[in-house]
Design a protein around this ligand. Structure first.
Ligand code: LLP
Length: 417
């Protein structure tokens, strides 16, 4: 899963830095990212898109750490955001707001104002009411808002139901059959500039066919719009390419994009992509220490210092993350349930894994670069993990471990009386 993970003389290492030294220096639990792996993931997109009029807009929700965002900004990506908070992060990391697309069904007035003031590239509009709201606010600000509609192409992405977004009966996008009417309406609005069309059908996609089908449907609309004199400057095909967590065999970026690019060959509109997971997922791991081994009658438990508040995906989606011993003991493996300290039975990180470990040993949860830290919480008043970026033999603390005081700094006890 992480191409820059190797086994060295003092155990597992990311690039040239041993995880043992990271744990000793920064403590655990800690997310560890590899800059070389981020670059490699982006290069796969750059290669697949060579010679194509296209731009990658990294989906910030997958991992919004400023260190990660600044790395992508330097590689030249744009960004896909879903909140004013993410926009602020992009700007703080040195990203260019004019290469930002703004997705999401619930953009608030304040977020729309913030995005217009920053001069973002495009609003991906998800409803008729949002269209009216953006036109109105742009009018107040005496600006023209660049817009696209996120169209729901009603194709089945064949992924986990919680992360599939392109089917008719979910909350995302505007219905395919309404899109034409909405574009006509937008064309008559004074404070808007029609800029593109967008779709995103789901996440962790392992088959290029549904994305190709969505593209085909979208292009039908683009041509119908052109016939009415509504020309678009870009086509946004969303994100979604899956990664290997266990034994999945996702297509390569080129294999995934080729069918779509085939359909798009010879067109003049710029292509936008919004990948998240495939850029960061396998560039990060979660380093944790075993607090206790608890042999049981039916099952053995390994209680680690990371929990569902750090990595929610197993509890939330029953997702699988690979686990490896940082320094295997060579004493023989046993089967363990790997659980955290949180007071819920749902607080597990992995079921039935074979580990060759003792108490105090380190484990690495793989493929934790995407939707790891960004979905973390402070449940049980647990401080969020530190985040470390590895670059060759150097490490950067891209987020310090939280302090307990900071967790309640905004709270106050009631006054006496
Ligand atoms: N664009 C839009 C409009 C999206 O909604 C998403 C993800 C992306 C791009 C990026 O998709 P990606 O390339 O990462 O698949 N928390 C879940 C994943 C939720 C994805 C939500 N939308 C998980 O941990 O699996």
């Amino acid at each position: 899963p992480m191409s820059t993970l190797r086994r060295g003389t003092d155990g597992l290492q990311v690039e040239s830095v041993s995880l043992q030294s990271i744990a000793a220096r920064y403590g655990t639990p800690t997310f560890v990212y590899s800059l070389a792996a981020l670059r490699e993931a982006y290069d796969a997109y750059a290669r697949a898109l060579a010679g194509v009029n296209a731009r990658v807009h990294y989906a910030v929700k997958a991992n919004s750490n400023l260190g990660v965002l600044s790395a992508f900004a330097r590689m030249g990506t744009g960004f896909d955001i879903v909140s004013g908070g993410e926009l602020a992060r992009v700007i703080a990391a040195g990203g260019d707001p004019s290469a930002v697309v703004f997705s999401g069904v619930g953009k608030s007035r304040a977020e729309i104002r913030q995005a217009l003031a920053a001069g973002i590239e495009c609003f991906n509009i998800e409803s008729a009411s949002e269209l009216d709201r953006i036109d109105h606010i742009a009018g107040e600000m005496d600006l023209r808002a660049p817009i696209a509609f996120r169209v729901n192409p009603d194709v089945d992405p064949k992924t986990h139901p919680y992360i599939s977004t392109g089917l008719r009966n979910n909350k995302f996008g505007v219905a395919f059959d309404e899109a034409l009417r909405l574009y006509r309406r937008a064309a008559g609005m004074r404070n808007l500039r029609i800029s593109g069309i967008a779709c995103h059908i789901g996440s962790q996609l392992l088959d290029p066919a549904p994305a190709r089908e969505a593209t085909e449907k979208l292009l039908g609309l683009v041509d119908a719009l052109a016939a009415e004199g509504i020309a678009l400057d870009h086509i946004d095909l969303g994100g979604g390419l899956g990664i290997r967590y266990r034994d999945e065999t996702p297509p390569t970026v080129t294999e995934y994009l080729s069918p779509m690019l085939g359909l798009l060959a010879g067109r003049k509109e710029r292509i936008c992509l919004e990948p998240g997971r495939s850029l960061v997922g396998n560039a990060g791991l979660l380093l944790t220490r075993i607090e206790y081994l608890k042999p049981g009658v039916e099952r053995n438990f390994a209680v680690v210092d990371a929990a569902m508040n750090d990595l929610a995906r197993p509890a939330l989606y029953d997702a699988y993350h690979g686990v490896v011993e940082v320094n295997p003991r060579g004493a023989g493996a046993r089967q363990y349930e790997i659980v955290g300290p949180i007071c819920e039975s749902g607080d597990f990180l992995a079921h039935d894994r074979s580990l060759d470990v003792a108490e105090g040993d380190l484990l690495a949860f793989l493929s934790a670069g995407a939707y790891g830290m960004t979905m973390s919480s402070n449940y049980n008043t647990r401080t969020r993990a530190a985040e470390i970026m590895v670059d060759g033999d150097k490490t950067w603390v891209v987020r310090e471990r939280e302090t307990v005081e900071s967790l309640y700094a905004l709270e106050t006890p009631l006054p006496h009386g």
